[in-house]
Design a binder for this molecule. Structure first.
Ligand code: PGA
Length: 259
């Protein structure tokens, strides 16, 4: 009989968005690394996603520190005349492991479409980066009973025809758009239900065996020290994407101490 898979350590990704300067990002990374030294055996995997220009400075702080570096976006072409965009290869060069793709703020303010998100997922995987695909419904979609349909549609549009290359992993973050930055997370039971819808959509695309071994589903939206424990180790959820509560070292370390 094969041994049952031991439960994974939850994944915690900090999304600093456009909130910090380069110097502030580096200072925050330093404070976190210092604070983490007091953790006997961290019971989580941690990744920090600073603003693009802060990636090198934060990478330096994280060197050999068992904390992963993440980016908040990428472009879908490897190289060429795409003014203002950042290549997946450059992110790789900077030491990036995780890359957030299709965050609702990009869908809203930059008009990112499902088709673009799909291209970005493919580009990240082709470069050996782990995409953190964000999906989630707006308040209007939820009110009109479309929540499950919307998230299932976003997942299948993003993963259409995707084959995970050998050794590649995928993270899918369920983030109800109306909850992000609101200070009030969704009811954990509802988050689990929607995460289950997300999981089933991924299973339909990639198969159950791949999903079990190489895909993580995490929750994002007003996660803080008081509610984090209700979102991790709650199958199918195995981690969180944290915005506001990751910006202040004391608060973020308090959040991590809950794990
Ligand atoms: P929040 O942001 O934790 O501030 O709600 C989460 C996110 O947008 O990823």
């Amino acid at each position: 009989m094969p041994k049952p898979k031991s439960p994974e350590r939850p994944l915690v990704l900090a999304n600093w968005k456009m909130n910090l300067s380069v110097a502030e990002s580096q200072t925050l990374a330093r404070s976190l690394v210092r604070g983490l030294a007091a953790f006997k055996k961290p019971n989580f995997e941690l990744g920090l996603c600073p603003t693009y220009p802060a990636l090198p400075a934060v990478a330096k702080v994280l060197q050999a520190k068992k904390v992963a570096l993440g980016a908040q976006d990428l472009f879908w072409k490897p190289v060429g005349p795409y003014t203002g965009e950042v290549s997946p290869a450059v992110l790789r060069e900077l030491g990036v492991t995780y890359v957030i793709v299709g965050h609702s703020e990009r869908r809203q303010y930059l008009k990112e479409t499902d088709a673009m998100v799909h291209q970005k997922v493919l580009a990240a995987l082709a470069e050996g980066l782990t995409p953190v695909l964000c999906v989630g419904e707006t308040f209007a979609e939820r009110q009109s009973g479309q929540k499950d349909i919307v998230v299932a549609r976003q997942v299948s549009a993003a993963l259409q025809g995707v084959v995970l290359p050998k050794g590649a992993n995928l993270v899918v973050a369920y983030e109800p758009v109306w909850v992000i930055g609101s200070g009030q997370a969704v009811d954990p039971a509802e988050a689990r239900h929607t995460a289950q819808v997300v999981r089933q959509s991924i299973v339909d695309m990639l198969g159950a065996a791949t999903v079990d071994s190489r895909v993580r589903i995490i929750y994002g939206g007003s996660v803080d020290p008081s509610n984090i424990s209700t979102f991790v180790n709650q199958s199918p959820l195995s981690g969180v994407l944290v915005g506001g509560a990751s910006l202040e070292p004391k608060r973020f370390l308090a959040l991590l101490r809950q794990l």
